[in-house]
Design a binder for this molecule. Structure first.
Ligand code: DLL
Length: 433
């Protein structure tokens, strides 16, 4: 264990610590951030009256829209001079959510990732190849700082370029690969098709640190078998810190939430009612130690269950089940979070398109493919092919630049997308995750 004092703390003590830290975090947000002050006042909640964990029910929720409305720095609770880094999720437009970190927040971030790595059996002897994207996404730098904190030799290769990933695994003697599960499968496909001479089982690679998107037990089995590694789940979200909010251990039976830094509740996504331990619902997060960007009762939209068992690893921290679904329509495409509404607003900015479209997500091989069918204005459709081709390229470029995804664009005739009497079916997800 990287930090036994906390990871194996008796449950009663964890709860005591959480209560103390909640008092601090709630009053920090209230005193130092205008948005929280207004929210709490409107709900008639004063952190000074916060006496027990049950009082959490009186604290108002925070949602993604609140974060967007406060773009970029409106949810910061420290002066900008104390903020040393920002990350961001979902799109590169003004709709993105921006999160800030003080030096102490970065330290906590590195600590929870180091704990995660240690829980898969990583040690300072390991060589960690970080194939999550570096940049505003929390995956690359998050794993990087965690790897260094644990003392691993950390290789900042970032995502993509499979041939180079394979070369470094061999040349550097990489023992741990951190990437999305779909990229891990993509590597397996690549080896099969293009590099039958490369035997991953003969390399030093032994562990996969996989997350940032939902993946099933079946996928785990396939990755482990085809790459000859142990594959572990790492979970997190930028709003709360990034990767390392929770992590599997060698037992592979749920993810321990690092409860000394994050307070978790499960609510009914329709009513907001807190559900008893063990029931499935939406997981809600409150940060306990974050300075720059405290999150208070953040509605993640991720659906899971919380439970305590006596885990064979010795950790006492509560477990969450693998996240397999969301209570909103957010799509995760090759690790990039996208809402259909963002696709719609990109389309609507392009002249010649109609507000009728359908997003089809599928998986060919290991990676996600997106096709967007868009109806084209009547007068354009009868135009020459070149005009339509130009339109297609324009939409594709907008998708790449604004949303960060490559999509196949199919222009279709007016009225050819089925009209529905109720809600339009905007997304057809064929991935069966
Ligand atoms: O995906 C942080 C991360 C990076 C996690 C690298 C793990 C590894 P966001 O881009 O803000 O942050 O996306 C957060 O992704 O609310 C979940 O819906 C989904 N997600 C993240 N990890 C998992 C996982 C990063 N292990 C959103 N299983 C979250 C299922 C996951 N879903």
């Amino acid at each position: 264990m990287f930090n036994k004092e906390f990871e194996a703390m008796p449950v009663a003590e964890i709860k005591k610590l959480q209560l103390e830290r909640l008092k601090w975090s709630l009053s920090h947000a209230y005193k130092n951030n205008r948005f929280y002050a207004r929210q709490f006042d409107a709900a008639g909640f004063n952190p000074a009256d916060f006496k027990s964990l049950d009082d959490m029910r009186r604290v108002p929720f925070l949602n993604k829209q609140n974060m967007r409305d406060n773009y970029p720095y409106g949810l910061f609770a420290t002066p900008l001079k104390d903020v040393v880094r920002v990350h961001s999720s979902s799109g590169t437009t003004g709709n993105a959510t921006v999160v800030g970190y003080t030096a102490s927040d970065i330290n906590v971030f590195a600590e929870v990732v180091a704990r995660s790595l240690a829980s898969y059996g990583a040690t300072p002897d390991d060589i960690l190849q970080v194939a999550y994207g570096y940049g505003l996404f929390t995956g690359g730098l998050g794993l990087h700082y965690g790897g260094e904190k644990l003392g691993c030799l950390t290789v900042p290769i970032s995502g993509g370029n499979t041939e180079r990933q394979l070369m470094l695994i061999k040349d550097f003697g990489t023992s741990i690969l951190a990437c999305t599960p779909s990229y891990a499968l993509n590597i397996a496909d690549y080896l099969e098709k293009k590099r039958p001479d490369y035997d991953m089982k003969k390399t030093s690679l032994r562990i996969g640190v996989l997350g940032a998107e939902p993946w099933s037990e079946a996928m785990r089995g396939e990755i482990e078998q085809r790459l000859g590694i142990q594959a572990y789940d790492i979970y997190g979200l930028s709003e709360v810190i990034g990767p390392g909010v929770s992590s599997e251990c060698e037992a592979k039976s749920g993810l321990h939430v690092f409860e000394d830094h994050f307070y978790v509740e499960i609510i009914d996504p329709d009513t907001g009612e807190v559900l008893p331990e063990g029931e499935k619902g939406e997981i809600v997060y409150t940060s306990l130690t974050k300075q720059a960007c405290p999150v208070i009762r953040y509605r993640s939209r991720d659906i899971t269950r919380l439970y305590r068992d006596s885990c064979s690893c010795g950790r006492t921290m509560i477990k969450m089940e693998k996240v397999t679904g969301r209570s909103d329509d957010m799509l995760i495409i090759r690790g990039v979070n996208i809402f259909p509404s963002q696709i719609e607003s990109v389309l609507m900015e392009v002249e010649g398109t109609e507000p009728h479209y359908q997003i089809i997500v599928d998986r060919s091989g290991a990676l996600d493919d997106v096709e967007v069918k868009v109806e084209v204005a009547e007068d354009l459709f009868s135009d020459e092919l070149k005009v339509l081709d130009n339109l297609k390229t324009k939409i594709m470029e907008r998708f790449r630049n604004v949303l960060g995804i490559s999509a196949k664009i199919t222009l279709v005739e007016p009225l050819s997308i089925a009209r529905s009497e109720g809600k339009a079916i905007r997304v057809v997800d064929k991935r069966h995750l």
